[in-house]
Write a protein that binds this ligand. Structure first.
Ligand SMILES: [Zn+2]
Length: 229
């Protein structure tokens, strides 16, 4: 099964690379093609059909943790969102993160976001240096732009280096991130719209929002691009 999944993901990577080259050629010829099906598009990266077929998550509200933050996710973490987020994170495909953030901004959760400021869940400084950018910030920028909300300065919420969450179980994820986030005085009295790429157990949102509340934030709404369950 694992082998089959690996094979499938290699095929997907090869297909995407092929598409990417085709897109470069199309763009050079002044034509735009859908990133997923290569159909013609006007001024967008996805065609209407592919956008409609994305695994939209219904933006479910879930209250989480002692501070009862509202959590939302735009998509299910399945094909092709999973692959797009993977590319945005590991292959330096900044354009894909901007596309996903744009889709999030066009379909915001149905909560009153008046007076909120947008804050991206930070990555540790060392990881930022090696990757060159924070994928959550690339999502947060178009979200803020489309909702007409201000973006908090990136150093308002910081994160120390911890073990990667991927291999950890639910409890270990919370333990790993305890005390990992620090918020500056810039968040005092603010209502924060916290943006991240993937919502798994909610440990990251929970620990980040605790840091925000202890620095004086008055409300936190957490919004991920995709949710694992
Ligand atoms: Zn398409």
């Amino acid at each position: 099964m694992a082998h089959f999944c690996r094979l499938l993901s290699r095929l997907w990577e090869a297909w995407k690379l092929d598409n990417w080259w085709k897109n470069v050629r199309f763009e050079a010829a002044g034509l735009a093609r859908c990133l997923l099906c290569l159909g013609p598009v006007k001024g967008r990266r996805l065609c209407a059909g592919c956008e409609r077929d994305l695994p939209w998550g219904g933006l479910q509200v879930r209250l989480s943790g002692r501070n009862q933050i509202k959590r939302f996710a735009s998509f299910s973490y399945t094909f092709p969102i999973r692959q797009l987020i993977g590319q945005a994170k590991f292959s330096d495909r900044v354009g894909i993160a901007t596309l996903l953030g744009g889709l999030m901004g066009e379909h915001p959760p149905q909560v009153d976001l008046t007076g909120f400021v947008v804050c991206a869940v930070p990555i540790a400084y060392a990881r930022h240096l090696t990757r060159g950018y924070n994928q959550a910030f690339l999502l947060a920028e178009p979200v803020a732009r489309q909702l007409g909300l201000a973006l908090l300065p990136t150093n308002s919420l910081r994160r120390v280096h911890t073990r990667p969450q991927r291999q950890l179980g639910r409890r270990a994820r919370y333990r790993n991130l305890r005390g990992a986030f620090y918020a500056s005085g810039a968040v005092a009295g603010q209502k924060i719209l916290l943006i991240d790429d993937v919502l798994t157990t909610g440990a990251t949102f929970y620990c980040a929002s605790r840091a925000l509340f202890s620095a004086g934030a008055i409300d936190v709404v957490a919004w991920a691009c995709a949710s694992v369950d």
